[in-house]
Design a protein around this ligand. Sequence first.
Ligand code: GRF
Length: 207
Amino acid sequence: MLRIGVLASHGGSNLQAIIDYFEKEKIDAEIVTVVSNNKSAYALERAKNKNIDTIVISRKNVSSTKEYSELLIEHFGSKSVDLIVLAGFMVILDEIFIKHFENKILNIHPSLIPAFCGQGYYGLRVHEEALKRGVKVTGATVHFVNEVTDGGPIVIQKAVEVLDTDTPETLQKRVMEEAEWKILPEAIRLIAENKILVEGGFVRRIK
Ligand code: GRF
């Protein structure tokens, strides 16, 4: 069984999408712990409602990203986690964390990478920039995390149409509903079923 650790800072709608998917589909995977840097994150409530282990590991209590990453490595190690899912996690992680879990950290980004991604592109800003550029299609990307922000191997992408009437808020909502909540659980399923391989920085699907 694939043991999953989720890191979330805010609402946790992506966490909820994973929980719901696991309840509906037969997947050989389980969320064994949900970690937040923010004690008020609603993601923690969503986990508690399903009796999933939760813990707050605050960034404020340590002096460096390295020290913070070490705390996370220790916690995930104690839970024998095989896969880490970043579901709206707003803390920068040190390279020791990324190396420790090489090709074992998934992130969801609300655009079609390589558009509107990289440093500073998070939250509503991503959708504001997409609307400013006048793109007709945007979407979401699930990728493995490497040392380049939003630069790791791409697992799944899904496109979403941009409407003339869209605001950053309506676009954000549709990208979540039509893309993020679908492809994140789907990517986890592929990993749980050993259907993907990471080779030379690319993800290959195994039939
Ligand atoms: C999502 O838009 C995700 O793409 C980004 O952070 C947001 C998290 O939302 N990485 P939620 O906390 O899962 O509702």
